[in-house]
Design a protein around this ligand. Sequence first.
Ligand SMILES: Cc1cc2nc3c(=O)[nH]c(=O)nc-3n(C[C@H](O)[C@H](O)[C@H](O)COP(=O)(O)O)c2cc1C
Length: 329
Amino acid sequence: MKIASKEIDFPFVLAPMAGVTDVGFRCVASFFGADATVTEMLSARAMSVNPTKTAYMTLTTEQEKLKIAQIFGHEPEFLQKAVQNPLLEKFDMFDINMGCPAPKIIKNGEGAALMDNLPLASKIISACKNATTKQVSVKFRKGHKTENFLEFARMCEESGADFVTFHARTVAEGYSGKADYDAIATVKAKLDIAVIGNGDVVDEKSLNLMRATGVDGVMIGRGSLGRPWIFAELQKSNNFDGAFLGTSKLFDEQNKITNLAKFATVKKHLEILRERFDEKWLENYIRKHLLWYAKDLPMTAAIRNKLATCDNLDESLQILQEAFGVENE
Ligand SMILES: Cc1cc2nc3c(=O)[nH]c(=O)nc-3n(C[C@H](O)[C@H](O)[C@H](O)COP(=O)(O)O)c2cc1C
């Protein structure tokens, strides 16, 4: 499929995740093979009125191969302005969020609430398309008040979307239950534009099930938390320049990523953020990422608790280093 300016056979895309897909995480996921990465959702109105916060969320690195900015809002004029905003100039394409289930977003008629208002959703898509020569995609769910995903997908196509990403859960389902892969197969079969499948891809088995729907690419969200190397594992690739992480041995004899490489990834993620963000802010922000990285590590409850409350980044790294069993250089 064509994604941004590139033709890629079955792209692997890092999902937009608010409060998660920071510049460091997008960078390390790209290193491990994410073909495209998506920012956290960016308010079209906020970036026009007060761009400071958006500026932080739109930081990028050279490592990212295809950079996608995800925008949201309910006012076509603000979304149109967003795709022309200088802050987003360095992005290769735009994605419009029409799937967010958060109550405060729905209340504003944004995110998945747009699935109940096809005329407005259509207006937003065409306004964005008319304002840029770059690709514009739409990410949506199975439905909000009704399960109108097929009608909605067709509307996206008719309104000029270059492709769609479909997370096959309703708003009411949130993140519970299973994504409906039959619904994904239906949308793929009925659309002429490309469809990226999203929901519950965490390993080879789930990836194969997703591939069986016929989709043109896959987007991975929660499966990458604390595990940005999932892109290398699923693509079965091990051809990476370890120099980027400052370590030569990325994979062992069984082609499994080594603990050394995992810890180097944590360090790289943090290093990128430390270069760009205030240390005090980062101490709080990074905790969830560190706990995700620590998820499967053998740790006593006391040490895990220490990591959860530690407000010194070097100490947190030390805890993780020990848990990964990595010796000092
Ligand atoms: C913490 C978190 C934040 C999210 N933020 C966004 C967002 O900003 N925009 C969006 O379109 N989807 C967002 N999502 C949804 C994901 O992009 C994705 O559609 C969903 O997690 C299903 O994919 P998965 O099963 O691979 O995680 C978020 C999900 C999580 C868990």
